[in-house]
Design a protein around this ligand. Structure first.
Ligand SMILES: NC(=O)c1ccc[n+]([C@@H]2O[C@H](COP(=O)([O-])OP(=O)(O)OC[C@H]3O[C@@H](n4cnc5c(N)ncnc54)[C@H](OP(=O)(O)O)[C@@H]3O)[C@@H](O)[C@H]2O)c1
Length: 374
């Protein structure tokens, strides 16, 4: 395997296209990674493919089947190292070798013990292999939850907040405030589709009364579990989250000394109740909550606020990505702060770096940042 000779602009453009194709699997392939593939012969794109459904054919197989004999002598651009693992589908390395491709350029290394190493296998078979092309931050930012799984027993946690220019998330305490625009609202539903769980703090549950379901352009293969942290088991039985409890699971985490009658009330209303230890009157042990989620197969969690839960997650070093939605308003000193009591992570050598370019959605600016060790 080699990363020389250097990639041409055309190589980079085709690899970028493979990444973009891979993103079409959002909401449908996780916990598998999103992967795209472009086959190019004599400068012409002969086929494209992407992994579109968990358990379904991989990007390389889709593109090779579409190309047929035109794959012979082509370059395959793949966003992730081709797998060499015979699992639900045959190994992509075998399909690439059988197709007669001359060259494989891949973006990110596959960290899997069984699936990884496909690049070296292709090189041993006489195919010119270039990759991994992406450095680690770039590779991880494409499929962060997938890569996180190989490094941590806890779920990958992303935090999304809509924040005014003066760092506020609601007009004042106890008031539901619609801050972001309709374009952002649509984007949030698409975002939710790519997660296993959607998490909110108890105050957000009570004040905003959200449904927390996915109601957008992408229908998730598995609807994300709704998760509410409600230490005293005080969320009312007629809260909106209970409405869809028969179709989409609702987990309520409470203190382990919460009143038994309240726990029963929540169960009767449709929640699955999980009593856990608390570290303060209003703070459940987040490590405990997240470990519970991981064991139950919830590997990627989107926290949608509010501010105090966001601060606790940051202070506990649990947040790996921020979706920071800047809303062009000033809410003033009565507004609810985004991060009350954040202790700060700069001193611990943590930096937040852009995971993708900032994006305008209607009047709002979406900034996506990944946590890195400095
Ligand atoms: N702009 C946005 O993106 C956005 C998003 C969400 C919410 N909001 C707004 O934010 C406000 C609510 O935010 P908030 O900061 O007051 O409260 P919050 O973060 O929604 O909820 C905090 C509550 O969650 C429970 N909790 C359990 N374990 C916790 C832990 N380890 N750390 C922190 N909280 C834990 C506690 O419930 P108990 O109090 O029951 O003990 C705690 O008081 C509302 O006005 C809502 O409209 C805005």
């Amino acid at each position: 395997m080699s990363t020389t000779p250097p990639l041409s602009d055309a190589d980079r453009a085709h690899l970028g296209r493979a990444v973009a194709l891979g993103r079409r699997g959002w909401g449908r392939v996780h916990p598998n990674p999103m992967v795209g593939c472009v086959l190019v012969r004599d400068g012409e794109v002969v086929a494209e493919g992407w992994h579109g459904e968990f358990g379904g054919p991989h990007a390389e197989t889709v593109a090779l089947e579409a190309a047929g004999p035109a794959a012979r002598g082509a370059t395959a651009y793949v966003s992730l190292e081709p797998c060499r693992h015979e699992g639900k589908t045959p190994a992509c390395t075998r399909a690439l070798m059988a197709s007669g491709v001359a060259r494989v350029v891949f973006g990110a290394a596959d960290p899997g013990a069984e699936s990884g190493g496909g690049g070296a296998e292709l090189a041993r078979a006489g195919i010119e292999v270039v990759g991994p092309v992406f450095d680690e931050p770039e590779a991880h930012s494409l499929n962060p939850a997938f890569h996180h799984r190989f490094a941590s027993a806890l779920p990958w946690v992303a935090l999304k907040l809509a924040v005014s220019l003066d760092g506020r998330i609601a007009e004042r305490e106890g008031v539901r405030t619609t801050l972001s625009g309709s374009e952002s609202a649509a984007a949030v539903h698409t975002l939710r589709a790519g997660f296993d769980g959607i998490l909110v703090g108890g105050t957000t549950g009570r004040v905003d009364d959200p449904l927390l379901t996915v109601r957008g352009a992408v229908e998730p293969r598995v609807p994300p579990v709704r998760i509410v942290l409600d230490p005293a088991a005080a969320i009312p039985s007629d809260a909106a989250v209970f409405e869809a409890a028969a179709e989409v699971p609702l987990w309520v985490f409470t203190r382990d000394d919460a009143a038994e009658a309240e726990l029963e009330r929540l169960e009767t209303a449709g929640a699955s109740v999980h009593p856990v230890p608390a570290i303060g009157p209003h703070e459940l042990d987040l490590g405990h909550v997240l470990r519970h989620c991981a064991v139950a197969g919830v590997g990627a969690i989107l926290c949608e606020g509010g501010g105090r839960l966001a601060a606790s997650l940051l202070n506990g070093d649990f947040v790996r990505r921020l979706y920071w939605v800047v809303v062009p308003r000033l809410l003033g000193t009565e507004g609810v702060p985004a991060f009350p009591d954040v202790v700060g992570s700069d001193a611990a050598g943590v930096v937040w770096t852009p995971a993708e370019p900032a994006r305008l959605r209607g009047p709002d600016t979406w900034i996506t940042l990944d946590r890195r060790e400095a």
